[in-house]
Design a protein around this ligand. Structure first.
Ligand code: CO
Ligand code: CO
Ligand code: CO
Length: 320
């Protein structure tokens, strides 16, 4: 089937959102995300789910404009107040993003789920996909890893209050500032880190861009509790699946700690952006991110060279 000329980003490269060109100045960015609760508090779940859905617009370099609720709720078996709190949390994040709630849809479902369909805009020539990483680029990660492991600990009633609070803080934070800052520099590609973990999303970027990407395990920001829970074996099932799926395209230096691999492939909810940026701009961008409240941001790797199928190299030490 012939591709519509206005569809600038479609389904072919597993990118964060679809992009459709309206005219020479404006393209629509459209995305949809919803899932089951990762925390028990309905209000915080609403905030996290909304921040997660909005993130895909930011990952494309776009600005969110409108959002629609998508709700699956056990109407007869759960108090309505829970749904009200979820929607209140979600609405708060939509406002924080400068967007508006334009509607939504709910269905009766035994398994609670919530999320948003978000529409934003971007300049057609300033779209950041996951397929334009250039050899020599540095990779900046803007949030710490480990939220999947902490969510697993919460399910097993093993998470500390501090770990729960960190999970809420990290996952409910918008990627808005990180996105606005990266657009001021020579950024070539971007994606957000979600269900496939940092490793899986970097491999998608490597494949989409036809490059080999190197990540330095010891440079990756990590939520401290997540590392101890991972050492206790609290690894989400999704992490094994992704690791297995990626295995043949990942090369791991022998000195790399096994627990760091568990974190690299830990599925994230509402994770940070991976900003693929020209090497001469990386330090300045990082400094601005940290100065503007994105404290966990760090340079975690670089693009090594061309590779037809895309490859990920996980190393313990960084190259000089
Ligand atoms: Co995404
Ligand atoms: Co998404
Ligand atoms: Co993107």
């Amino acid at each position: 089937m012939k591709r519509h000329p206005n569809l600038l980003v479609g389904t072919e490269t597993s990118d964060d959102a679809g992009v459709y060109k309206l005219n020479d100045d404006t393209a629509l960015v459209q995305t949809l995300d919803f899932f089951t609760p990762i925390v028990n508090d309905p209000y915080h779940f609403g905030r996290i789910a909304a921040a997660n859905a909005l993130s895909d617009v930011y990952a494309m370099g776009g600005t969110p404009l409108t959002a629609m609720n998508i709700v699956c709720f056990p109407i007869t078996d759960m108090p309505k107040a829970i749904l009200k709190d979820i929607l209140r949390g979600g609405l708060e994040k939509i406002y924080e993003a400068g967007a508006v709630l334009a509607g939504g849809h709910s269905v009766d479902d035994q398994e609670l789920k919530y999320g948003l369909s978000v529409t934003g805009i971007v300049h057609p020539e300033r779209i950041l996909t996951n397929k334009d990483a250039k050899v020599g680029d540095k990779l900046i990660l803007t949030k710490p890893l480990g939220t999947g492991i902490i969510a697993t600990a919460i399910k097993g009633k093993l998470a500390s209050q501090q770990a729960l609070q960190t999970l809420i803080d990290v996952t409910s934070a918008l990627n808005d500032r990180a996105s606005q800052i990266m657009l001021k520099y020579e950024t070539h590609a971007c994606t957000d880190v979600t269900g496939f973990g940092l490793g899986g999303h970097l491999l998608e970027m490597a494949r989409g861009s036809g490059v080999e990407i190197s990540v330095h395990a010891d440079k990756i920001p990590i939520i401290p509790e997540a590392k101890s829970y991972a050492l206790m074996g609290l690894i989400p099932a999704g992490s094994y699946a992704t690791k297995h799926f990626c295995e043949h395209r990942v090369e791991i230096d022998s000195g790399t700690e096994t627990v760091l691999l568990d974190l690299i492939f830990d599925p994230q909810t509402s994770g940070g952006l991976v900003i693929c940026i020209a090497p001469g701009h990386a330090e300045a961008c990082l400094e601005e991110l940290k100065g503007q409240g994105v404290e966990s941001a760090a340079i975690v790797g670089e693009v090594l060279g061309p590779h037809r199928k895309g490859k990920l190299h996980v190393g313990g030490r960084s190259s000089p």
